[in-house]
Design a binder for this molecule. Structure first.
Ligand code: 57M
Length: 360
């Protein structure tokens, strides 16, 4: 809104011309989200404690998690508030991609909120039934993907650009619909699975947001897109603000979520952030690269799949416990060591993903 108020003033006051630039507004949006997150954090954590919004810890898990019992959860609210206020202030609200990604984030956040609330009200560690949660996610991903497909900006909407290939871009037609839904729902659930140690999920979320910030900026700029020979998506550049605001909001949250955590993000945070990354991947036409950019989330999700399949087929476990971060906990690694090492892997994968932009 500030963008819409201040930019028109550039005709009389020249300095307001800076609001025209995505780069300038991106920095302002990131700082705004970070400041709100840092400022509102202590207040929100106090309120969550006051209303007893505390985590119920599963008894099955690693023993050292029992001491985390009662840690306030639903801290994802802090991320969502900071992100939304910043976007409403600084983004171009006539851009449809901005609204689409905000709706996706809010929608998945609401599913998470429902899940977290049921856990609290019923005083148990499980919220919605997995089937109910999945059904709600599918419906929402269907709506988001349909909006993209029914009102395409241009013909590339249903095409699938492949990393390393300049021209290979198969048009999936209507098959793109389930594919886009898989990316969004998969990303949302994978971030949720990763969110099991202090700061473990939010670090890679920030890394992925920063990489996608570079990607959306390039795909939304015809000169950069042509230079890198990646698809040009008109209007996607405005999502640079979203990615940076998400990074700013997450950084503020990390202040409180770092080991030993004063707050957990809850499903309201993990489902929303995962869906946001998935939706940005779909809009920017860099869906396949999400496997690398969100590599840690993929590894965590794969560890669960391998564990379940192996147990069902052979009766044996591959990992001491899945998702894989529990495996290292049970091997005796200190929690901060697992977290920081997973972040390091995430950074390496992110750099590799950025490298593929020019390698084609
Ligand atoms: C939710 N939630 C954390 C917190 C956070 C299919 C199966 C693999 C599913 C999986 C599962 O349910 N995963 C998704 C993971 C929980 O954190 C809350 O949930 C929110 C995210 N959704 O924001 O509100 C616990 O994680 C710890 N935590 C931190 N710091 C943080 O910043 O320490 C979270 C955030 C918190 C806290 O202890 O209570 C969770 O793990 O519950 N299930 C599992 O992960 C379970 N694995 C399992 O059953 N493996 C089996 C099979 C099915 C693969 C096996 O290996 O044989 C384990 N999870 C736990 N204990 N906690 C089981 C034992």
């Amino acid at each position: 809104m500030l963008y819409h108020l201040l930019y028109p003033l550039h005709e009389t006051i020249k300095i307001f011309n800076v609001f025209r630039y995505i780069t300038f507004r991106t920095v302002v949006a990131a700082l705004t989200a970070l400041m709100i997150s840092l400022a509102v954090g202590p207040f929100l954590i106090r309120r969550l404690k006051q209303y007893h919004v505390g985590q119920r810890i599963r008894t099955l898990g690693p023993q050292n998690h029992q001491k985390k019992s009662g840690t306030p959860t639903m801290g994802g609210l802090l991320i969502l508030i900071s992100l939304f206020v910043s976007m409403l202030l600084w983004a171009d609200l006539t851009n449809r991609y901005v609204w689409l990604v905000l709706i996706a984030t809010l929608g998945f956040g609401l599913i998470g909120f429902l899940d977290d609330s049921i856990k609290l009200v019923k005083n148990r560690s499980e919220g919605l039934r997995p089937r109910q949660k999945f059904a709600l996610q599918i419906v929402l991903a269907f709506v988001i993907s349909m909006i993209l497909m029914l009102f395409p900006e241009d013909s590339i909407t249903t095409s699938l650009p492949l990393p390393f290939f300049k021209k290979a871009m198969p048009n999936l037609g209507w098959f793109y619909l389930p594919f886009a839904m898989l990316v969004i729902v998969g990303s949302s659930n994978a971030v949720n699975l990763t969110d099991g140690l202090d700061g473990l999920a939010i670090g890679p979320v920030m890394i992925a947001s920063l990489v996608y910030a570079v990607i959306v900026y390039a795909t939304g700029n015809i000169k950069f897109a042509n230079y890198l020979q990646i698809p040009y998506v008109k209007g996607a550049g405005e999502l640079t603000l979203f990615c940076f605001a998400m990074t700013g909001a997450s950084l503020g949250f990390l202040w409180f979520n770092t080991y030993p955590a004063s707050v957990f993000m809850g499903d309201i945070g993990s489902l929303a952030l995962g869906a946001a990354i998935g939706t940005v991947a779909v809009i920017s036409k860099h869906e396949i690269l999400l496997i690398l950019i969100g590599g840690i989330f993929v590894i965590e999700a794969l560890s669960v799949i391998i564990q379940v399949v192996s147990f069902k087929l052979t009766g044996k476990r591959v990992f001491k416990m899945a998702p894989i971060h529990h495996h290292y906990e049970l091997k005796g690694w200190a929690e901060p060591k697992i977290i920081v090492r997973f972040w390091i892997i995430s950074i390496i994968l992110a750099l590799m993903a950025l490298g593929t932009l020019k390698l084609r």
